[in-house]
Write a protein that binds this ligand. Structure first.
Ligand SMILES: Nc1ncnc2c1ncn2[C@@H]1O[C@H](COP(=O)(O)OP(=O)(O)OP(=O)(O)O)[C@@H](O)[C@H]1O
Ligand SMILES: [Mg+2]
Length: 343
């Protein structure tokens, strides 16, 4: 195999641009409920120029992890690192950080103020961070153009209701780009868009990665979307990452039964019959002992784990936190035993 000079060596000691290290985020119980362990031990790196998709069902902790990486939520344990240095929560440090790591929300969840023009919406972040910059207009125009709204001047005085859904999402992205961030954290950036527009926004994110070397953490329910955009995928279940690796490995040869179940219900999947997960929907106030997925695991329920000799471990032994680096890993006793007997 010849080395690709563009590709970082598998174990190259590059400092990730953004990391979660031993991250836990707990929410104190309210309404008689116990403490929710929304993020329950996560190690995850995002490298420069890399798009990482964070996938998993509703309530598994994706938004909480994303908000914590942005410094909007404070870790109960562990830390967030930016370019190798721990994030500091003093207001000045946090403000500087928020410029370099930008949040992109999906539009109709109210990220655009209906009474602000496109120009004002994009200039807002610039004004917060720099006051009245002399080159404000040129930078707003450049950000709009980069987000694919051309010619930008034509959009300056428009209001959100005069734009299509895809155009509004581009305005939100331009608002992030105007500050020249290193990382974008996008929470469900296309969930509410039509399929055709979705593809355009994803193509835009890919172009930003290629042209600007931007890194992104893209939170999504949608594995198909992850397949189209991400370099790596992290699959989250009940506050933990249960499988992580390159898109090719995780989505075409999933190891964790949870990833397999998620993939099996995709219409385009060629993964045999859909696996309907049994058991209670996961609740972060009562995380099962052993493997947190064991109560819903089809491999345990079918007796396969028993035959592989791991059923007891599934019920009693936590498979642990996956490492943050670039390798492909699954937090599953059964998958590990299979990998050992195959290798
Ligand atoms: N501020 C909060 N206070 C209490 N509990 C919270 C808070 N924020 C989130 N949670 C709980 O933490 C868990 C994870 O929520 P989170 O919003 O991170 O999930 P998610 O994966 O983003 O879900 P979705 O796909 O529906 O957006 C949920 O059980 C949620 O109820
Ligand atoms: Mg969410």
């Amino acid at each position: 195999m010849t080395a690709d000079p563009q590709a970082p060596a598998a174990e190259a000691p590059t400092v990730p641009v953004l990391s979660a290290a031993g991250l836990h985020v707990r929410f104190r119980g309210h309404g008689g409920r116990g403490t929710a362990r929304a993020v329950d031990g996560v190690d995850l790196d995002v490298h420069a120029g890399e798009i990482v998709a964070l996938v998993g069902e509703s309530g598994c902790g994706k938004t909480t992890l994303a908000r914590t990486l942005l410094g909007l939520e404070k870790a109960s344990e562990g830390r967030v690192e930016f370019e190798g240095a721990p994030l500091r929560y003093r207001s000045k440090a946090l403000k500087a950080y928020r410029r370099r790591v930008q949040l992109v929300l999906q539009d109709p969840s109210g990220s655009l103020n209906p009474r602000h023009t496109v120009y004002e919406a994009v200039a807002e972040g610039l004004r917060i961070h720099e006051g009245a910059a002399p080159d404000e207009e040129a930078r707003v125009a450049a950000a709009l153009a980069r987000a694919g709204l051309r010619p930008p001047e034509r959009f300056f005085l428009r209001y959100p209701h005069e734009l299509s859904g895809g155009q509004r999402q581009r305005v939100v992205i331009a608002g992030a780009l105007v500050l020249d961030p290193e990382v974008i954290v996008a929470d469900e950036p296309v969930a509410s868009l039509d399929a055709s527009v979705r593809g355009e926004i994803l193509a835009l994110l890919l172009r930003l990665r290629d042209d600007l070397g931007l890194s992104a953490l893209v939170v999504t329910h949608d594995l198909g979307l992850a397949w189209n955009i991400a370099d790596r995928v992290a699959v989250m279940y009940l506050g933990r990452i249960v499988e992580v690796g390159t898109v090719e490995e995780v989505l075409s040869a999933p190891r964790h039964p949870y990833t397999r179940a998620l993939l099996s219900v995709l219409p385009e999947a060629d993964a045999g019959d859909p696996v309907i997960l049994s058991g209670e929907p996961p609740d972060p106030t009562v995380i099962p002992a052993g493997c947190r997925f064991h109560v819903r695991c089809p491999v345990l329920a079918s007796g396969e784990a028993e035959r592989a000799g791991v059923a007891d471990r599934c019920r009693t032994e936590d498979p642990g936190v996956l490492p943050a680096g670039r390798g492909t890993h699954a937090a599953c006793h059964w998958a590990r035993v299979r990998a050992e007997s195959a290798g």
